[in-house]
Design a protein around this ligand. Sequence first.
Ligand SMILES: Cc1cc2nc3c(=O)[nH]c(=O)nc-3n(C[C@H](O)[C@H](O)[C@H](O)COP(=O)(O)OP(=O)(O)OC[C@H]3O[C@@H](n4cnc5c(N)ncnc54)[C@H](O)[C@@H]3O)c2cc1C
Length: 386
Amino acid sequence: MAATSDSEKQMVIEEVRRFVDREVIPVARELEHDDIYPVALIEKLKRLGIFGVTIPEEYGGLGLDFVTYASIIEELSRGWMSLSGIVNTHLLVAYMIAAYGTQEQRERFLPVMAEGDRRAGLCLSEASGGSDVQAIQMTAMREGDDYILNGSKLWVTNAINGSIFAVLARTDVQAKPAHRGMSIFLVEKEAPGLSAGRRFEKLGYKGVETAELIFEAVRVPAANLLGGREGEGFKHAMSGLEVGRINVAARAVGVAQAAFNEAIRYAQQRSSFGKPIAQHQAIQMKLADMATHIEAARLLVQKAAQQKDRGARSDLETSMAKLFASEMCQQVTLEAMRIHGGFGYTKEFNVERYYRDAPLMLVGEGTSEVQRLVIARQLLQKYAIK
Ligand SMILES: Cc1cc2nc3c(=O)[nH]c(=O)nc-3n(C[C@H](O)[C@H](O)[C@H](O)COP(=O)(O)OP(=O)(O)OC[C@H]3O[C@@H](n4cnc5c(N)ncnc54)[C@H](O)[C@@H]3O)c2cc1C
């Protein structure tokens, strides 16, 4: 379905909302507790077009803007944050291909990605560093019409169930600064020499796999060098991370909203000292702060998404949104748990899941400290004394 008018975009968001209420929320707790990959939900997400939601229509996607995308991610996360994680690096990679790929790469990868059968993963982080992307060790050396990739990537979301990986590697190990010698390669799962290594057990963010990918002399055709030119990978990755930060910030809003919804309901059902706890001012203060902070984060996410939709550099806006929303989510989920008293600490209520999912947002797509560095760098340029 092509959705371009505001009312059509709203219809897509409403459809996702209904899907989350009817199909995600009833099963999320059990799937999460059992750490099960949500195969059936993914089939439904495919039918809704979610894996192509920001892929241009000419390549089989819905061609929606990032503002709408953020609302969709918020809705999915309200049901189960892990679903947004499966979508995140897939659409981040799709964005990099659409924005920076060659025409041949767009035609080869985007239509199959839009269908959702072949989902993508992003391979930036390594054991040597996640925050310090320039410290990566993976190399890609030219050999005839191919590149040979050697190294390993840690923390790859979609590592097992994904089929296409955008891999940042050093094509010029002498380059100074190092980022000038980095390039991104589109590597398909079937490539000989590519294998999965260790898989992480996590506090939350369950159901979706986070694993190591090992590249042993993986031969990749030069036609899979993103954009066809060496040395541009770091720039492409940073631009892609802006899309990832919109996703993570929107996720944080969705999880916080879910926690708030349960807290305000519980506060009206649970009584102490002869009245519902919602009638105690101390609880009202919490609820008021929670709702206000959620709304502030949502507005920051929208502003960041609007900036990205304009095609403008948006590292300042996306980092502010991601920083504020993820820290807010951590606080709101804790407050929701406290409002639930002892029950909040049990697996009988969803608030314990929100509380365990929240810290991922403080780390994924760059930690809060890294967001502050990005923000400060931009501010010091903007307010530089002449
Ligand atoms: C569940 C999960 C899924 C992930 N999925 C992916 C994925 O799909 N693809 C991918 O490429 N990566 C992925 N990551 C990796 C993630 O992006 C990194 O974990 C993150 O960027 C932090 O890197 P690090 O773990 O190496 O921590 P480090 O960089 O070692 O940081 C450790 C601590 O030092 C702080 N720190 C580092 N440098 C500075 C500095 N200059 N100033 C102040 N403080 C600093 C950090 O904020 C942090 O608190 C995932 C991580 C997790 C946990």
